[in-house]
Design a protein around this ligand. Structure first.
Ligand SMILES: C[S@@+](CC[C@H](N)C(=O)[O-])C[C@H]1O[C@@H](n2cnc3c(N)ncnc32)[C@H](O)[C@@H]1O
Length: 218
């Protein structure tokens, strides 16, 4: 039986006051952290698939055990869906479903992988970020995706971005940050999944938590 999940507790009660400044700082500086060899090697594998694949390419960033990668690949059978997670344990845990031919899981750190893909001019059709680690302490803003320098790579990678989270402030910040980076095209909403597509989504829903989605205004 799944353990109930507690709602997020944070010492931050509204959007972070430094968010705009942090993004502006990243917009005028160059992020120079060296790329690690294991990410370079994972990217080489991925890039081969990207170059060979003629159709739409979708990233499931932070895919965990890959249940969402499986579900997204079923939903978009004409696209290729690549699930990326830094945890070897999570990537190797998948035992309940067999990935279809249009999906693959790879271990890599997205901080390097996104930059490599952006440098290689990847253009995604869709980009999912499902239940990223919230880093709810106020001092951890720069660990959240939108507070990290690699956030800028999301624009270069393109595609319709969809983020889901159980922390309202994360969703508010992420959509605000996307709207600084791109045209004002993203919105957040309360979201009730008909059928959960990730273990975290299932856990939060079973615990009665409110879920939020950030996606492109259609
Ligand atoms: C809260 S879990 C959510 C997993 C999955 N999306 C789900 O909903 O079940 C966050 C995932 O992001 C992955 N992650 C966090 N930072 C990452 C990074 N820099 N690169 C790759 N994966 C990362 C973690 O390993 C973890 O599996």
């Amino acid at each position: 039986m799944q353990q109930p999940s507690r709602s997020i507790i944070s010492n931050q009660q509204m959007m972070h006051p430094d968010l705009d400044d942090v993004i502006q700082k990243h917009l005028v500086s160059v992020y120079q952290k060296p790329i690690l060899a294991f990410n370079q090697s994972a990217f080489k594998t991925a890039d081969k698939m990207y170059q060979q694949y003629q159709g739409n390419f979708i990233l499931d960033s932070g895919c965990g055990v890959g249940e969402s990668t499986y579900q997204i690949a079923k939903k978009f059978p004409d696209a290729f869906v690549l699930g990326i997670d830094q945890s070897k344990y999570r990537i190797d845990t998948n035992s309940e479903w067999t990935l279809p031919e249009n999906a693959l899981l790879l271990r890599a750190d997205l901080v390097d992988f996104w930059r490599l893909a952006a440098e290689a001019d990847w253009q995604l059709a869709r980009h999912y970020l499902l239940y990223p680690n919230p880093w709810p302490k106020k001092k951890h803003l720069q660990r959240r995706w939108h507070g990290h320098p690699v956030f800028l790579a999301l624009k270069e990678l393109g595609g319709k971005i969809e983020l889901r989270t159980n922390w309202k402030i994360y969703a508010e910040e992420f959509s605000h940050a996307l709207n600084i980076l791109m045209e004002k095209n993203y919105q957040m909403e309360i979201f009730v999944p008909e059928k959960p597509i990730t273990p975290f989504e299932r856990k939060y829903q079973l615990s009665g938590q409110e879920l939020y989605r950030v996606s492109k205004i259609t």
